[in-house]
Structure formats: structure tokens, C-alpha cells
Design a protein. Structure first.
Length: 412
């Protein structure tokens, strides 16, 4: 009886991602994999053959490339750590596509709603923690350092603390999922939407904010038939962004760009903008060194740190800065060949969404592909699990749509 309960409920454990620590995420993935395996044995189905093998390999591709890159790395120990970190690229597609734990479309919709609820609790808990630490956050010499303290405090939230970028990305995904998986209570949907928007504003991640804004504009064109209404929505969106920028922590982030005196950091004068410019300068310079095969993931940081020495500042001595661009990270890791292969898989995911007219999946992909332009989302466990889980679920719900609907009808 207990097993029967578990076999129905364990599939939702991954939806609690916004409330899980790094250790808990790893533990939950193991539980999800084990539950999927036991469920596949329990539901022994003669017709449950492994299909779409080529497509499944595309979802496994990042892990396979990290594994292959060990053959030309100069730092095997670091390379192995990257392989371990990217195991979710392998485990989650195998669990979802091959073990098939999700039997109905209703289960997938419930998974999305649980993720939305978990994200809401995450925002509330984080905001309560921030309120109890306002003195420490805002008692700084200027607003720039107060903004840094605010973003650090988000990561220091007990148990569920997450880097501001990943925190805001989780909220953006929750906002998108809520749009397509609304609750029956209209005011609950409004409240949750405002809650997620508040979380995104507090985290003040420029890349995520611009990405969700662009996806929101795309949504307006997709959902609103009247062109005048679309124009009004777009104008109101930009007006709202302007107001939010002026009245929130984002203002200081924008001021960094407007008021910066140097394109690259000099001495003690540096901010997120000119640091990013230096990072991109080194990233593009390093591409010329080995454009075909790349340096392998285990060697990139060492190469970047060596390049950063040309800048007359101590900023790069305090922290290891990655490429801050997922595509640059891939080309430095695997070269042009690897980047083309990765981009092919990204394009194929888009193809699945477009051909099947699945706007939710399409907008999810666009959101991530845009954020990839400003951050290395897929080098941290949270980003990998977030992207891989929903990417697999969306594709699975499309590719196995007929079987899922049949299962749903048979249970009703």
C-alpha cells in the first residue's frame, strides 16, 4: 500500500526544486531516478518500448560532450568534477524518456503547478529573511554596495538560499508556467504573478529581466489578436519597466552602465559592467587559441584567470569569473565543432515546439536561450536541473502525447 502511494507521488518531488538546497537537489534526483525505475518494473508494459532514441541522445548531448572532453583536458581532476556536476543531463532524460514515470498529461500539469507553488513559498521565505536583515543590507556606504549586499542576502537565505541569478530565473519560469497552468481562483493567479515579479525585481538580474520582458512581448503577439491592444501592452510593459527600474534595486544596476568611467576595470574602480566587458574580451581572445576543439571544461577557468592578469585591477584576484555567456562557455569548452553540435540540439528543441504549436515550450526555450547570452546557466546544478527537467517534460508531453492522453482517458 505504501509503495502504491509512493509510485503515484514521487514524480512531484523534483517540482520542489525552488525549496531545495544543493545537497537536497542531488538527493531528490536519486529518489526520482529510483522511483522511476521501480515504477517501470511495477508497470511492466509489453508495449513500453524505447522510442525516439535519436531525440533522447540530443538531451544527453551536454553530458556526453563533457565526458568526451576528458580525452584532451590538461586538468583531469577538474574535468571529472564537471562530469559529476553535469550528471543531471544524463540521469533526468533517461528517467523521463526511458523509464517514463509520467503516465498522464494531468500529472505533468500538476507537476508544473506544484513548481509554481514551491516558487511562491521560496519568494515569501526569502523576503522574510531579507526583512530581518534590512540593517545589514542597507547600512552601506552607497547604494551600489547595498545592492550587492541585497543579492548576497538572497543567496544566504537559510536552507533555500540561491544565487540571485538562479533565484530570478526560477521566478521567471514559475511566472511563465503560471500563465499556461492557471489556478481556478483568478485572484490567486494575480497574487502569485505579482509575487514572482517582485522576486525578479529584488534579485535585479538584468539578463533575466530583459529576457522575461521579451518573452512577455512575444506572448502578447501570440495571444492578443487585436494589433492595437498588442501595441498598448508593449508600451505599458516598457513604461512599467521604466518605473520599476527607477524605484527598485535595478536602478543601481543600470547606473553602472550609464556612469561607468572605464570600459575595463582599473585599480579599485570596477563594477559588474566593466568586469563583464573584461570577461568577454578574454573569452573572445581565447577562442583564437584553439577554435576547433576548445580547451575542455576543466581548463577554461585557468586560461581565463591567466588572461585576466592583463587588467590592472585586483577584482579578478578575489573571485573566479567564468565567461558569463553559455555560448562562449561551450565554444571555449568544445570549440566551434562542439558549439555547432549544441546549437543543433537547441534548434531541434525549437523545432519540436514549433511543429507541434506548443507555445508554452517555445517560450520556455526562448527564455533560456536569451538568458544564456548573459549567464553560464548550465554550469551550476540548479540551472542544469531546472532547464533539463522542464525541457524533457515539454518534449516528452509532445512526443508521447497520444499515449499520455490514452492513459488519462483510461483512468477517468
Amino acid at each position: 500500500m505504501n509503495f502504491k502511494f509512493l509510485k503515484d507521488k514521487y514524480i512531484y518531488i523534483l517540482a520542489l526544486l525552488p525549496l531545495l538546497s544543493l545537497f537536497m537537489v542531488s538527493f531528490v534526483i536519486i529518489v526520482f531516478l529510483l522511483g522511476s525505475f521501480l515504477s517501470s518494473i511495477y508497470h511492466k508494459d509489453k508495449n513500453n518500448r524505447i522510442t525516439h532514441i535519436g531525440v533522447i541522445l540530443l538531451f544527453l548531448l551536454p553530458f556526453l560532450m563533457y565526458l568526451i572532453s576528458l580525452s584532451w583536458t590538461d586538468n583531469l581532476q577538474v574535468g571529472l568534477k564537471y562530469v559529476e556536476k553535469t550528471l543531471s543531463f544524463c540521469v533526468l532524460p533517461i528517467a523521463i524518456f526511458i523509464l517514463k514515470p509520467f503516465k498522464t498529461t494531468l500529472q505533468i500539469r500538476n507537476f508544473n503547478k506544484i513548481f509554481v507553488i514551491a516558487s511562491a513559498f521560496s519568494v515569501v521565505i526569502t523576503m522574510i529573511y531579507l526583512l530581518f536583515n534590512t540593517d545589514n543590507i542597507f547600512n552601506q556606504q552607497n547604494t551600489y554596495f547595498a545592492n550587492i549586499k541585497l543579492r548576497e542576502a538572497i543567496e544566504l537565505t537559510p536552507v533555500i538560499g540561491e544565487h540571485a541569478i538562479y533565484f530570478s530565473l526560477i521566478m521567471a519560469v514559475a511566472l511563465l508556467l503560471l500563465f499556461y497552468n492557471r489556478f481556478q481562483n483568478r485572484w490567486l493567479n494575480v497574487f502569485l504573478s505579482l509575487l514572482f515579479i517582485t522576486g525578479i525585481i529584488i534579485a535585479s538580474s538584468k539578463g533575466v529581466i530583459l529576457s522575461i520582458l521579451l518573452v512577455g512581448i512575444l506572448l502578447a503577439f501570440q495571444e492578443i489578436k487585436n494589433k492595437r491592444k498588442v501595441v498598448v501592452v508593449v508600451l505599458l510593459s516598457f513604461f512599467g519597466l521604466g518605473v520599476i527600474t527607477y524605484l527598485s534595486p535595478i536602478k543601481e544596476r543600470v547606473n553602472e552602465i550609464v556612469s561607468t568611467k572605464h570600459i575595463y576595470p582599473k585599480g579599485d574602480y570596477y563594477n559588474s559592467f566593466n568586469l563583464r566587458m573584461a570577461i568577454y574580451n578574454c573569452s573572445f581572445s581565447l577562442i583564437k587559441g584553439t577554435p576547433i576543439m576548445g580547451y575542455s571544461p576543466g581548463d577554461i577557468q585557468q586560461e581565463l584567470n591567466e588572461c585576466y592578469k592583463k587588467f590592472n585591477t585586483n577584482a579578478f584576484h578575489k573571485t573566479n569569473y567564468n565567461t558569463h555567456n553559455q555560448y562562449l562557455d561551450y565554444i571555449l569548452s568544445f570549440g566551434v565543432i562542439g558549439l555547432v553540435i549544441i546549437l543543433f540540439s537547441f534548434a531541434y528543441f525549437l523545432r519540436i515546439a514549433i511543429i507541434n504549436k506548443n507555445k508554452e515550450y517555445l517560450n520556455f526555450l526562448i527564455l533560456f536561450y536569451l538568458v544564456f547570452l548573459t549567464e553560464n546557466i548550465l554550469v551550476r546544478n540548479t540551472g542544469i536541473v531546472l532547464f533539463t527537467t522542464f525541457n524533457c517534460l515539454f518534449a516528452y508531453s509532445i512526443l508521447f502525447n497520444k499515449k499520455l492522453k490514452h492513459n488519462l482517458n483510461s483512468k477517468q
